[in-house]
Ligand binder design. Structure first.
Ligand code: ADP
Ligand code: ZN
Length: 517
């Protein structure tokens, strides 16, 4: 039976947000929230997450409490809501005391439909929250709750008590991070074990995916820009200094380019952002500090001047191009020197092993010999069977051979090891290695032990990586990166699905040699 709130939703969509229809998954998510059920919404950047809690906030009785770590963006979001006639406010430590008191009074009056609050400031509201009607809790950027996630925020761990204190208020957690470990952790940490999870497709078919070796980057960029005159784009660099250097080089060649990084004053940064949004300076050379919350639909290209530390960040950044659905071009420059530098950044961190595993996966993506989109989507748990036709590999594919038998052997080893082991051990078992780790676990007795002993270790490793990139295997980044079988692997093992593997070329070998400790 549809509730009044549900019947209302199209009207609200039109009157308050000006849209005629929902984006993929929005309606299902909103229905679930309107049914007062806990919800986990995984959507790529630009997928339209905000509407998933803003619309229910209007439809349900009471005030919706939105927990967001992005203090800098709260004001803009609230202003946009107010402009659409929605009574909304925000509460965080950047506000003067007087303003905070005013917001608290508004909250207490019960007239607010939405209140954005930073997790650190939530305890200050506790008293009032107990006295008012709360429509729902929305936890935005929910991956921040996971210490496995890429930007863990300690204050998020307190959110566990929300469900204890307000068991009857529906809670929706939203994030663009889709890896399975983080997803499961969100449900545990927020104490919403029965939440329904909605995962929108991460595919952005209009983005051309291109990876190039890091040599002569500047020349590549100039060649590229010559063919992309008058288009807006972003170049991401690893360091502040390199953003400035590259922006200067581009300016000297007559391009309107500005550097952007966290070392600038906030006035300077706002100015640069505005110039970019209004097409006054169409090229931004930035550190990853740039882009959060920038909603510009006609960014035509994104270049990563340096390797990225993980696929999550990389995908988020290239996702800033082509939001209008028109073709957009992305280039990642891949150099081993960058990988070494990124490894250094990760070293000594509490989550070092996890970060290094993610970096390694990024490197494998950069070295992919099969469709890039398959690799990216496979990483996010989405398994497509067809090559995309819109990436550098699809455009100029390497030589392939029928690798079905090898794939079956690898998958069957993963299965026999109960999906408990990481790549190194799987390869050891397949190669029939006689070492203590294998013997300690008794793996010399399993059926696939030695099944691929005729294939050199390096080649076998490369084939397994190809299976990762083709979405046949997946890494569970929690727990030392054990290998998992995906639905595609089951097709390979039990339904005779054929697998193409790329013939290993010398170039890849060189990189691997370089990589050995
Ligand atoms: P996310 O938070 O997932 O990155 P946003 O909530 O900022 O995404 O939405 C991304 C863009 O999509 C915004 O410009 C928003 O106005 C637009 N949008 C959201 N929902 C719809 C819809 N139903 N129809 C059209 N545009 C929408
Ligand atoms: Zn492709």
């Amino acid at each position: 039976m549809e509730t009044t709130a549900q019947l209302n939703k199209f009207e609200l969509l039109k009157t308050h947000f000006g849209y005629d229809s929902f984006l993929p998954n929005q309606e299902e998510i909103i229905n679930n929230v309107l049914d007062q059920k806990d919800t986990i919404a995984i959507m790529p950047t630009g997928g339209g997450k905000s509407l998933c809690f803003q619309l229910p906030a209007l439809a349900l009785d009471g005030t919706a409490i939105v927990i967001s770590p992005l203090i800098a963006l709260m004001k803009d979001q609230v202003d946009a809501l107010k402009a659409n006639g929605v009574p909304a406010q925000f509460f965080n430590s950047s506000q003067p005391y007087e303003e905070q008191q005013q917001v608290l009074r508004e909250l207490q009056s019960g007239n607010l439909k939405l209140l954005y609050v930073a997790p650190e400031s939530l305890p200050q509201l506790n008293f009032i929250l107990k006295t008012i009607k709360i429509g729902l809790f929305a936890v935005d950027e929910a991956h921040c709750i996971s210490s496995w996630g890429h930007d863990f925020r300690p204050a998020y761990t307190q959110l566990k008590s929300l469900k204890e204190q307000f068991p009857n208020v529906p809670l929706i957690a939203l994030t663009a991070t889709a890896d399975r470990a983080t997803r499961e952790d969100i449900a545990v940490q927020l104490a919403i074990p029965n939440a329904e999870t909605f995962i929108a497709s991460f595919d952005r078919p209009n983005l051309y995916l291109d990876v190039r070796p890091g040599q002569n980057r500047n020349k590549h960029i100039f060649d590229f820009l010559r063919n992309h005159k008058n288009e807006c784009g972003i170049i991401y660099c690893l360091s502040r200094k390199s953003t400035e250097k590259l922006a200067a080089t581009l300016s000297a060649k007559g391009y309107k380019a500005e550097a952007y990084h966290a070392g600038l004053t906030s006035e300077e940064r706002t100015q640069i952002q505005e110039n970019f949004i209004n097409d006054i300076s169409p090229i931004i050379v930035a550190t990853i500090a740039f882009g959060m919350g920038i909603d510009k639909s006609n960014v035509r290209w994104v270049i990563h001047y340096n390797m990225r530390k993980n696929i999550d960040g990389y995908y988020q950044e290239i996702g800033r191009s082509g939001r209008d659905g028109q073709p957009a071009h992305t280039i990642l420059f891949y150099s081993f020197a960058d990988v070494i530098m990124l490894r250094k950044f990760a070293e000594g961190s509490e989550t070092e092993a996890y970060q290094l595993a993610k970096l390694e996966r990024m490197q494998q993506y950069a070295e992919a010999l099969s469709c890039r989109r398959k690799a990216l989507l496979g990483y996010f748990g989405e398994h497509i069977t067809e090559d995309c036709g819109n990436c550098d590999i699809c455009r100029t594919p390497p030589k392939y051979f029928d690798g079905t038998l090898i794939a079956q052997k690898i998958c069957s080893a993963v299965a026999r090891l109960q999906e408990q082991e990481a790549l190194g051990m799987v390869l050891d078992v397949l190669r029939g290695a006689q070492n203590a780790q294998v013997y300690d676990k008794g793996y010399q007795n399993i059926k696939t032990y030695g099944a691929a002993k005729d294939i050199a270790w390096r080649d076998l490793q490369q084939y397994a990586i190809q299976l990762l990139n083709q979405g046949v295997l997946q890494i569970y980044f929690h727990e030392n990166g054990r290998l998992l079988l995906t639905p595609l692997a089951k097709k390979v093992l039990f339904e005779g699905k054929k697998v193409r593997l790329a013939v290993i070329i010398q170039e890849v070998e060189t990189v691997k040699t370089e990589r050995a400790p």
